[in-house]
Design a binder for this molecule. Structure first.
Ligand SMILES: Nc1nc2c(c(=O)[nH]1)N[C@H]1C(S)=C(S)[C@@H](COP(=O)(O)O)O[C@H]1N2
Ligand SMILES: [Mo]
Length: 202
């Protein structure tokens, strides 16, 4: 009889539970971008909060870094079927960004995240607040590398990773749920990995 030993028996069920359907574990950190990596210096960087076309708050790099910072270790799931467990991030929670803008009551229920490379992705406001999402500035204790979205990226770990906009330049409240870059090209409007919402109609 073949025995798998203690570690195999203990680790497998735990890891299996953390893998959404159709996903496989990866130990490295793949880079996936629709275009070339833009290199944005922190001097040129800014983050803008908009309601429709109207900017209601804007921070430069120093101002943004003065906002409260939070550390979160999260599992991430890419629609191309890799998942990575326990990824360590540090950044500013969306809750703290909205509070800094004195936004006590949200203007709409939908948000489009915008990036310096022209990328965008839509996320319902409810999926960005209550500690669920942040603008990440650090990964594994170091400034976020350009390939992974540095200086700053959105992190929405409970949705497929295309929702975590790299090189994020701001958030825009929209009246309706407006599809972003990949959502216009066949990806699911919401993207819940646990319900395998990969493509439109899933
Ligand atoms: N601005 C921007 N953000 C982006 C993308 C992109 O092309 N541009 N690609 C998305 C996709 S499809 C994925 S899977 C993840 C990949 O992040 P990573 O390269 O850090 O693994 O970033 C997402 N965020
Ligand atoms: Mo992706």
């Amino acid at each position: 009889m073949i025995t798998r030993g203690f570690t195999g028996r203990q680790r497998t069920p735990d890891i299996t539970k953390r893998l959404p359907p159709g996903q496989s574990l990866t130990e490295d950190f793949p880079v996936l971008s629709a275009g070339p990596t833009p290199h944005i210096s922190t001097e040129d960087w800014s983050f803008t909060l908009k309601v429709g076309p109207r900017a209601i708050a804007k921070w430069n790099w120093a101002e943004f870094n003065a906002l409260p910072k939070t550390r979160q270790t999260r599992d991430i799931h890419c629609v191309t079927k890799w998942s990575k467990l326990d990824t360590p991030w540090e950044g500013v929670l969306i809750d703290d960004i909205l509070a800094a803008a004195s936004l006590t009551s949200p203007p709409t229920k939908f948000v489009l995240a915008h990036s310096f490379d022209g990328y965008s992705t839509n996320v319902p406001l409810a999926d960005l607040v209550s500690g669920k999402a942040m603008v990440a500035l650090n990964y594994a204790g170091k400034p976020l590398q350009p390939d992974h979205g540095g200086p700053a990226r959105l992190l929405v770990p409970h949705l497929y990773f295309w929702k975590s906009a790299k090189w994020v330049s701001g958030l825009q409240f929209t009246r309706k749920d407006e599809p972003g870059f990949w959502e216009l090209r066949g990806y699911h409007i919401y993207g819940d990995p646990w319900r395998e919402q990969r493509f439109t109609g899933d």
